[in-house]
Design a protein around this ligand. Sequence first.
Ligand SMILES: Cc1cc2nc3c(=O)[nH]c(=O)nc-3n(C[C@H](O)[C@H](O)[C@H](O)COP(=O)(O)OP(=O)(O)OC[C@H]3O[C@@H](n4cnc5c(N)ncnc54)[C@H](O)[C@@H]3O)c2cc1C
Length: 249
Amino acid sequence: MDCGSVYGLAWLGGEVLTPLPELIRKQKAWVVSPSQRGYFCYFSGGPTSENKVMWLSIYREKNPSVKQNLRADLRNRYKDWTDPTMQDIIAKADPKYIHRISTMPELPEWGRNGIVLIGDAAHGMSPTSGQGASQALEDAQTFSLLLAQSLIECYSAQPQRLINVSEQLAIAAAIRALSTIRRPRVRRIAALGRLLDTHLPCATLLLRILRLLPFIRNCYRLFNKRLSQWDVNKEVRRVVEADLLTSDQ
Ligand SMILES: Cc1cc2nc3c(=O)[nH]c(=O)nc-3n(C[C@H](O)[C@H](O)[C@H](O)COP(=O)(O)OP(=O)(O)OC[C@H]3O[C@@H](n4cnc5c(N)ncnc54)[C@H](O)[C@@H]3O)c2cc1C
C-alpha cells in the first residue's frame, strides 16, 4: 500500500563479502557516492573481521516493479566509477528486489485516542536525508519523557477517583506536545532530503568545491553537528516550562 507521495525514486541493496577498505576498517566510515545516476553507498555490515559490506543504491525510477535485469542494470549504471571496492561489490551483488520510495505528506496530528505515531508512520521522509531512523529514535525518546512528565503532573494533581479520565487527558497532552516539539525539526530534515533529491548533482559538486575552503568546512561541520546533536531533554524542558504540557488545551 502506498500511503505517501511517490516521487520517482527507488532503491535496492544487499550484502557481499569483500575486503574492507582502510577508511571503513579504521574509522567505521560510510562511503556515499552521489552522481547523476544516483547514490551508491556502502559500509561495514558487522565486525570488521567478517569483511561483510552492506551496500545500497538509490536512483530515479518511476516504475521499479517492471525492472527485469537488476544485476545488469546496476553494473551498467556505475560502470565508469573507479573505486575498486565499489566495483568489487557490484561484481558480486545479485539484487533480487527493487523498492519504490514513498514519502509521507505532513500529518495534521501525530496521534489520537491513546494512539501515537512516531518515526516513518508520522513523517516518512526520503532516505537521502540519511535521518529517518535517527528521527524515529528521537521521537521515541521525546515522547517517553513527555508522557512521564505529563503523567507525573496528572497523578500529583488529581484525587484518586478522577485518575482514569485525567490519564487520558495527560496522554493526549503528551501526544500534542510531541508534535509541537518534533514537527519543526522533522520538517526541516524532510525538506533537506527533498532538496538533495531534486538538485543532487549540483549540490554535490558545489559542496565538494566549497569544502576545500576552511571557513566553509567549519560551517559544514557546524551544520552537521546541529543535525546530529539534538538535545531532547532541553527541548522537553522548554515545553514544560512554557506550560505547554497542559491537558486542558
Ligand atoms: C534505502 C534506505 C536508506 C536509509 N538510510 C538511512 C540512514 O542512513 N539513516 C537513517 O537514520 N535512516 C535511513 N533510512 C530510513 C530508515 O530506514 C527509516 O526511517 C526507519 O527504518 C523508520 O523506522 P520505523 O520504526 O519508524 O519504521 P520501520 O523501520 O518501517 O518499522 C515498522 C515496522 O512495523 C512493521 N509493521 C508494519 N505494519 C505492521 C502491522 N500491521 N503489524 C505488525 N507490524 C507491522 C514493519 O514490518 C516494520 O518492521 C533509510 C531508508 C531506506 C529505504
